[in-house]
Design a binder for this molecule. Structure first.
Ligand SMILES: [Zn+2]
Length: 254
């Protein structure tokens, strides 16, 4: 009888332990409200403001976050297509850290198959509610396209991707060459956004379904400031309907 009581007590304690483990596990994996696209834009704007003010907080910039993301996976809040330029380090200029930004970089912030596949992964698998195409001032690739340069090797491929933006800027301004570099940088951002939607069904469907927004921005390499560009398609502050597929895969990264 005594043995039976001991066995029952042990079983009871094991059940309690299992229940506690389940409760803890459930707490860690319960639905955490994800960011809306406009909230993700706000995080970037706030981080860039800290960077420009010289008061960075370096969130998620430590070994603890390295271990956290290695163990639990990545939950970035934004996918950014930016230029490869070494003066445009994304986590620095947005004052973010490990696991925050899904970065895709190619000179001139253009996209071929490799970039498209990477952005699709950032959206469909890493679950970012926001895609930013980030151009920058004094862009070498855009400068080459505006001044009929960059014909060597595979650089020609990049220039060809930027040429429609050059032609559009020439048409609108009536100017050519060095005079249109900065306005072409901006037009190139808009055309690269269109290219993402034209060339990727995953991205265009996600936009149509209100699961993501794609916005453009320009980084000023002289001041460190990022300016978000309003598009005629969806203002960045427009609240979008919630998508379980994307929101369940996100954590609030504040
Ligand atoms: Zn560039």
């Amino acid at each position: 009888m005594k043995t039976k009581t001991i066995i029952l007590t042990v079983l009871f304690l094991q059940l309690v332990t299992l229940f506690n483990i389940a409760a803890i596990f459930g707490a860690e994996h319960q639905h955490v409200p994800a960011l809306l696209p406009a909230e993700a834009v706000k995080l970037l704007q706030e981080g860039n403001a800290r960077f420009v003010a010289g008061t960075p907080q370096h969130p998620h910039f430590n070994l603890e976050q390295v271990k956290e993301t290695a163990e639990h996976g990545q939950h970035p809040f934004v996918t950014i297509l930016a230029c490869s330029d070494s003066r445009v380090p994304l986590t620095v200029i947005f004052d973010r850290g490990i696991g925050d930004i899904f970065s895709v970089q190619a000179a001139g912030n253009v996209s071929g198959s490799a970039q498209l596949g990477s952005i699709e992964y950032g959206v469909a698998h890493a679950g970012t509610p926001l895609v930013v195409v980030l151009g920058h001032t004094k862009c070498g690739a855009v400068t080459a396209a505006c001044t009929d340069g960059g014909h060597e090797g595979h650089i020609e491929y990049l220039v060809q991707k930027i040429n429609p933006a050059v032609r559009q800027t020439q048409l609108v301004t009536g100017k050519t060459g060095k005079d249109i570099i900065e306005s072409t940088c901006q037009n190139n951002v808009f055309l690269q956004i269109e290219a993402l939607k034209t060339n990727s069904k995953i991205l265009s469907d996600a936009v149509k379904n209100g699961e993501i927004i794609i916005v453009g921005a320009i980084y000023d390499i002289e001041t460190g400031k990022v300016t978000f560009l309003e598009t005629s398609h969806k203002p960045i502050e427009t609240p979008l309907k919630k998508s379980p597929r994307f929101r369940s895969n996100n954590k609030n990264r504040r």
